[in-house]
Design a protein around this ligand. Structure first.
Ligand code: GCW
Length: 674
């Protein structure tokens, strides 16, 4: 695989700062983040011949100022709003040839600066009425599944597809703080403001990050702080036993409570702006309150109580299910598990507990309904968890631009057309995602997977952004500033390859929302029955007559009843259920006619032929674009597209052959099925 000789700048190439760096800028404000803004402008100015001015040393082309500054010069004073701008917000305006960014707090200045970077020359053209920008979501967080020690099965980064960790290597801090700083900068530029720095599966070494290895976490916090990013830590629920030497971790035990209070106090002595704990409890073998006959409210409240005096929060994951279920038992339904565990606890969590819910009820499949838990807990703070790392969406070997999927999730209205959508529900709260970066020179393995990280940050800031527009922003930052060729063609090529890539991926993988069908263990590539007779709860139930999981109340597991109306009715009904989720909710004969008019079996054949063909078409588009991109990047993407085309054909042939052999129904169009 081709590799560049330096770390790729992603969406912050130096050239993206040309517009700012070639002008006269005033930065007015004190504090760490204002210094960051000053340094960013100074570096850009040094490169492009502009200057950072002092107050009184006008004229200026750009003013970045805190509203608390004693005297705002000229137009900055005129555009200053009467009402509060907010902690992270900013006002952008342009008048009389001066572009102004005003903020109440330094974080707003930083986000305003990166907005000007995004606009480039457009920020300095014409007039611009005052626009008020503020994040819709208060905490915009990335979870790293990075291990400190190399895990014997999962490696340095669990489910990481971009090399090792940028934080840890072989049991120790990696020590490359310049790389961490470059990462912090990229995250701030797309709006991320919180990060957890270790895997939610907390193994023996990682448990010590909370205590004797806290200094390693503090060193990272020091690097993230100037970019407005708070550090959080995944902790083991069994910490009192594992690192504290207590005989129990029972959440109602007095010594256990005192232990957490003491330890947490020391954490805040060391890292005063520490964000809080992330916990995966009673899930896939991780310890939790069930061992003591307690429930998840008892468990989460224990940690919340310890964090409360310092303003810290617990992200308590709702990914709790029985991973040792008997495949013969068709009444147990993994999709039900999170709701069954957590909905009855609504109202019992302390207000600094945030229940972190995966966006779908199963596990980050390319297509799932939105988790019913998100709407089921009005008295609980709920965070939605997305997966930027492409565990089930091509593992950063396939192009799969995920913003369209996330946009659908955020736009879902659990109570129907007149009710709130998921974006409203997380508004003011938390949106979390599992990071997709590693120590790969392109950060994300597949260079085009950078767009997913960028898009997550932007959607967390403004959940109603259009995925195509986000992609344009990303292209304009990442490729256009340094491009030498036809930038319109470059843009067009990337849109052709990426805009619909999630749906392409969906077409050539598991059909109609049934999910999984991946190779057990590593989860890459097709294996239709790979999980069918296992304890993991991810089945498709295909036989000679039909396929799908009956989750209806009438004849199935009753999962549809976890939704409020209208969805409880829509999903229950064979006639009304959306095609793309049909096999998630219903077991149907192969001849069942979809809303689209096609039969299930013909739909399977058609989408698999089409999906593999679309992958091949993407490969051809990319080959034609040689010369428009940096040669090393072009070569890396080409290698990966070759693999995607191969793998998509493998999916097509395995899925089509499997269902042809089960059903005996030939393809109506007579194509070759092996
Ligand atoms: O999908 C599963 C992954 C695990 C992961 C788990 C989780 C961190 O296969 O690797 O563990 O989800 O979200 O906790």
């Amino acid at each position: 695989m081709t590799t560049p000789d330096r770390v790729h700048p992603a969406w912050l190439p130096p050239e993206a700062f040309r517009a700012i760096g070639s002008r006269r800028t005033l930065v007015l404000g004190d504090g760490l983040l204002a210094e960051t803004v000053h340094d960013e402008v100074a570096q850009a100015s040094a490169r492009y011949g502009g200057s950072v001015r002092r107050a009184g040393d006008g004229p200026y082309d750009l003013v970045l100022a805190l509203t608390t500054a004693e005297a705002l010069p000229g137009v900055a004073g005129e555009v200053r709003p009467d009402s509060a701008i907010g902690d992270e917000g900013y006002v952008l305006a342009r008048r009389d040839g001066v572009t102004v960014v005003l903020a109440d707090e330094p974080a707003g200045l930083l986000y305003g600066l990166f907005h000007v970077v995004r606009l480039g020359e457009r920020a300095f053209a014409g007039e611009r009425p005052a626009e008020h920008h503020r994040p819709a979501v208060r905490r915009r967080m990335l979870d790293h599944w990075d291990n400190v020690d190399v895990h014997p099965v999962m490696g340095q980064v669990e489910r990481g597809y971009a090399g090792g960790s940028v934080f840890w290597r072989d049991g120790a801090p990696r020590g490359d703080l310049a790389r961490v700083r470059a990462y912090a900068r990229l995250l701030a530029a797309c709006g991320i403001n919180a990060i957890s720095v270790n895997n939610v599966n907390v193994h023996a070494t990682e448990a010590h990050l909370l205590t004797d290895r806290l200094g390693d976490v503090a060193a990272l916090a020091d690097v993230f702080r100037p970019y407005g990013i708070r550090v959080h830590l995944s902790v083991s629920f069994a910490s009192p036993v594992v690192v504290g030497g207590l005989p129990t971790s029972d959440p109602l035990d007095e010594d256990v409570r005192k232990w957490w209070a003491d330890v947490t106090g020391r954490v805040y002595d060391t890292i005063p702006d520490f964000g809080g704990y992330v916990v995966k409890a009673d899930s896939e073998g991780q310890p939790g309150p069930f061992a003591y006959g307690r429930d998840h409210a008892d468990g989460a409240n224990l940690l919340a109580e310890a964090l409360a005096p310092y303003g810290g929060v617990v992200h308590w994951r709702a990914f709790v299910y029985n991973h040792r279920q008997d495949w013969r038992d068709r009444s147990t339904d993994r999709a039900r598990a999170a709701y069954d565990h957590f909905a009855p606890l609504d109202g019992r969590f302390r207000d600094n507990v945030i229940l972190q819910v995966k966006h779908g009820p199963i596990d980050f499949q390319p297509r799932e309904p939105v988790s019913p838990v998100i709407a089921a807990m009005p008295a609980t703070r709920v965070a939605v968890e997305l997966q930027v790392t492409q565990e089930y969406t091509g593992q950063q070997r396939h192009v799969c631009y995920l913003a369209p999927m996330w946009r659908e999730v955020l736009g879902f209205r659990p109570w129907g057309a007149d009710g709130s959508d998921v974006a409203d529900l997380v508004g003011g709260g938390d949106l979390v995602a599992v990071s997709n970066i590693g120590d790969d020179p392109y950060w994300t393995g597949h260079p085009l997977a950078q767009a997913n990280l960028y898009a997550f940050g932007r959607l967390a800031w403004e959940p109603r952004l259009d995925p195509v527009a986000i992609l344009d922003e990303w292209i304009d930052l990442t490729f256009v500033p340094a491009a030498t060729g036809d930038t319109e063609r470059l843009r067009r090529t990337l849109h052709e390859i990426m805009d619909d890539s999630w749906r392409t991926y969906e077409r050539y993988t598991a059909p109609l929302g049934v999910g999984f069908m991946v190779r057990p263990g590593h989860h890459y590539g097709p294996d239709v029955d790979g999980y069918e007779y296992t304890p993991w709860g991810t089945y498709h139930f295909a036989d000679r007559d039909g396929v799908g999981v009956d989750r209806t109340r009438a004849t199935g597991t009753g999962f549809t009843g976890q939704y409020p109306p209208p969805w409880s009715e829509v999903y229950e009904s064979l006639a009304d259920c959306p095609d793309e989720l049909l096999l998630f909710f219903h077991h149907v004969p192969y001849g069942h006619v979809l809303r689209s008019g096609s039969t299930v079996i013909q739909h399977i054949y058609d989408t698999h032929f089409a999906g593999a063909e679309q992958a091949a078409e993407a490969g051809r588009r990319w080959e034609e674009a040689v010369g428009l991109f940096d040669p090393a990047l072009h070569a890396r993407v080409k290698d990966l597209l070759d693999e995607q085309v191969r793998c998509a054909e493998e999916w097509r042939d395995q899925i089509n052959a499997y269902f042809f052999r089960k059903s005996g129904v030939p393809d109506a169009r007579g194509r070759r099925i092996p």
